[in-house]
Design a protein around this ligand. Structure first.
Ligand code: NAD
Length: 439
């Protein structure tokens, strides 16, 4: 394929060199003269294992060259990869001037061509940037329509500096965020020789995935370091400890606990977090990430309360009282706090939880329930159907089989506040639905 790579920094040079090495005809477009000169002499200004050799070989074989003027090359090329920088401005705001400038150049270049050229954003941008900013500049400058006259794709780069060439050839996956199917299929061809799954997603999903992955990496580093600080004070070997943490691929290094949903609760997570944060304070160690977790968790409950206020119906039925199905352990169940908040707001609340029966409960669990919800016997329903007959809004706080079918069978128009993403196919449901916590 004939590829223009706009911006010959880390991402652009690695992408250009690797794509040229795969047999494509690549031209790098870069306003910085010395970089262009260096590339055309087979040299690259970036220190990256294997890249210098790659650049020299691909320049020598005429698969790769650089220029300061890309606009006139668009008629002879199939794809433009935008790899310009998106640094932070003074208050953390992304500076998009390079993206805007390059989009203007490409847009002007698209004006006089008749073939379908695909514009691919490799730079890291916030969701909406590709669809709104880049697309509108391209359409305005070209007088053409994205998805019809030219393609638009967001294809984030996941390379790590220091192993970038290797990462290009062995990614975990290739993400193709596409405005339209045709654009995505053309970009697939770039990666035919890369042995990794191609994932087709929306432009916004691709944009957010890149940032989410990096935020997750940063969170892991920060978390590891906070545990490390604690270990130092307690004279525990932090690496030995974290090796054991990482060895648990069932609950720790796994998809477990990573699906957005309702707040966590139960007798262990909140309590043990407080163990750490209290003792860290006592030892004079700062653990701001760990400190923030319970605050963030409380916000999930507050958001559910605000959502119910916004929905406005006063008769609320809650499915699930304990923090997860299959247990009657109610300690620190976040749904109990939600019910208390709703009472304060004047809601009428009913509850159904097949695992909770106060007549069978004993000890601290019963004491907790009686203290937190003294009216439990008045609000607990014998069946889900009984609860449905008396409410206008159903709050689903536990994933239980048959729940949606029961609501559908019930036939009445009910608003669902789905806190646990039961409703995966909203188009099949006949009632208005609020999904998860993502309002
Ligand atoms: N560096 C990384 O490891 C990495 C990894 C993944 C994603 N990213 C993202 O990729 C993007 C590029 O990062 P980078 O580190 O390669 O940036 P960089 O600053 O090293 O390179 C950007 C290049 O774009 C050039 N440029 C500026 N305006 C231009 C224009 N109008 N036309 C053509 N070229 C222009 C600059 O002169 C520079 O050479 C950023 O959004 C970054 O967040 C970076």
């Amino acid at each position: 394929m004939r590829i223009l790579v706009w911006g010959l920094g880390y991402v652009g040079t690695v992408s250009a060199g690797c794509l040229a090495d795969l047999g494509n005809e690549v031209i790098g477009v870069e306003p910085h003269h010395p970089k262009v000169k260096a590339i055309n002499h087979g040299l690259c200004a970036i220190k990256e294992p294997g890249l210098q050799e790659l650049v020299r070989a691909t320049v020598e074989s005429s698969h790769f060259r650089a220029t300061t003027d890309g606009l006139n090359l668009i008629p002879q090329s199939d794809i433009s990869l935008i790899c310009v920088g998106t640094p932070n401005g003074a208050n953390g705001r992304p500076r998009l001037d390079a993206i805007e400038n390059v989009s203007r150049d490409i847009g002007r270049g698209l004006r006089h061509i008749s073939h379908y050229h695909v514009v691919v954003i490799r730079s890291t941008v916030f969701p909406g940037t590709s669809r709104h900013l880049v697309r509108s500049i391209l359409e305005e400058q070209s007088g053409k329509k994205a998805g019809e006259d030219f393609g638009l794709v967001m294809n984030p780069e996941f390379l790590r500096e220091g192993s970038a060439v290797n990462d290009f050839h062995t990614p975990s996956y290739t993400i193709i965020g596409e405005l339209d199917k045709h654009s995505g299929e053309l970009v697939d061809r770039l990666y035919q020789k890369i042995n990794a799954p191609l994932k087709h997603v929306t432009l916004e999903e691709a944009e957010l995935l890149k940032i989410t992955n990096n935020a997750f990496h940063a969170l892991k580093v920060g978390f590891g370091n906070e545990i490390g600080r604690l270990c130092d004070h307690l004279r525990i070997d932090s690496h030995r400890l974290m090796e054991l943490v990482c060895e648990d691929s069932k609950l720790n290094i796994s998809p477990a606990y990573l699906r957005p949903g309702f707040a966590f609760g139960g007798s262990c997570l909140p309590k043990d977090l407080r163990f750490i944060t209290y003792n860290a304070r006592r030892l004079g160690i700062e653990v701001p990430i760990l400190d923030a977790i319970l605050y963030s968790n409380d916000l999930q409950v507050t958001l559910a309360r605000l959502k119910l206020q916004e929905i406005g119906f006063k008769n609320v039925g809650v499915l699930g009282l304990s923090f997860k199905p299959g247990t009657d352990d109610l300690r620190e169940s976040p749904i109990i706090r939600l019910i208390q908040d709703l009472w304060q707001d004047g809601f009428n609340v009913l509850v159904y939880d097949p695992d909770v029966n106060p007549t069978e409960m004993l000890g601290s669990n019963l004491a907790y329930l009686s203290r937190q919800l003294p009216q439990i016997n008045d609000i607990l329903c014998d069946s889900f159907e009984q609860m449905l007959t008396q409410c206008e809004v159903v709050v689903i706080s536990q994933k239980r089989p048959g729940v949606l079918e029961a609501i559908q069978k019930f036939g009445q128009r009910l608003v669902i506040l789905d806190l646990v993403r039961m409703t995966d196919h909203p188009e099949r449901l006949m009632f208005k639905e609020y999904r998860g916590m993502s309002w």
